[in-house]
Write a protein that binds this ligand. Structure first.
Ligand SMILES: [Fe+2]
Length: 257
């Protein structure tokens, strides 16, 4: 047995779709209820679908009974405010797990690479069923901001940088990639995030929307990357010492998801 995966993601592990023409869409996200939920950076989330239809963001595997990131329950009070966002999440017809709008405050490149993490969407997923992948649909126009992907957390040579202009759509196997966003704006960034189950429905959606497994990656100055790497290692060491001072031996991976 093996998980059902998307052939479109087999080669590189991510694809960029054609931009969603969202200029005519209503701006639904400011009206949603947001809750503090620390993820990669200073963030709040507005969940649209959660474990049991409550406004909360915890992984489905942290509830009782635990389950994998599938069969998210739509939150009535939220979806009433954001029918177009819900329609976008449901457009492929793939199973939806967690679905939420993320609000991310501006940060630095060093912040972003310190925040790099892998997701845990497939915890408790059953062999023979669809692999869970992640979609980001940028709602605000953050053309200078970048989704950063690394196959090796500490190796910038493995880094892919994808721009986050309004309507951009990126699908990633987020257990395969370390990922975080460098948001260069002055106002918060908003993005719709959906956990989708791989299968024929998702495959058709990817094909119909121009899935590109080799999008251009944005170049950055070597000095900026070197500074970011130095700061990444400085912060990890600082954190390790802080924990050590309390007698805790710390794993070098921040507990983010
Ligand atoms: Fe993530």
């Amino acid at each position: 047995m093996a998980f059902i995966t998307s052939p479109a993601l087999a080669e590189t592990g991510y694809v960029v779709l054609d931009d969603h023409p969202q200029s005519a869409d209503p701006i639904e996200w400011p009206e949603l209820d947001y809750i503090g939920w620390r993820s990669s950076g200073i963030t709040r989330f507005a969940p649209l679908a959660s474990y049991a239809g409550e406004i909360e963001c915890n992984g489905f595997w942290n509830h009782t009974p635990p389950r994998t990131d599938k069969d998210g329950v739509w939150i009535g009070s939220q979806i009433a405010k954001a029918p177009v966002l819900v329609a976008r999440a449901q457009e492929p017809g793939a199973n939806v797990g967690r679905c939420r709008v993320i609000e991310l405050q501006p940060n630095t490149y060093a912040d972003a690479i310190y925040n790099l993490h892998q997701d845990d969407n497939n915890r408790l997923n059953e062999d023979g069923t669809g692999w869970v992948v992640r979609a980001w649909m940028n709602l605000t126009d953050d053309a200078d901001s970048l989704l950063i992907l690394r196959s090796d957390r500490f190796d910038p040579a493995t880094e892919i940088r994808l721009p986050l202009h309004a309507g951009s759509r990126i699908i990633v196997d987020t257990q395969r990639f370390w990922h975080a966003v460098w948001h260069r704006g002055t106002a918060p960034r908003y993005s719709l995030i959906v956990s989708w189950t791989s299968g024929p429905e998702l495959d058709a959606y990817l094909a119909e929307n121009g899935a590109n497994a080799h999008p251009a990656s944005v170049d950055l100055p070597a000095a900026l990357i070197a500074e970011g790497q130095a700061e990444l290692h400085r912060r990890i060491e600082e954190r390790r010492r802080a924990f050590e001072a309390h007698g805790i031996i710390m794993e070098p991976t921040p507990p983010l998801n």
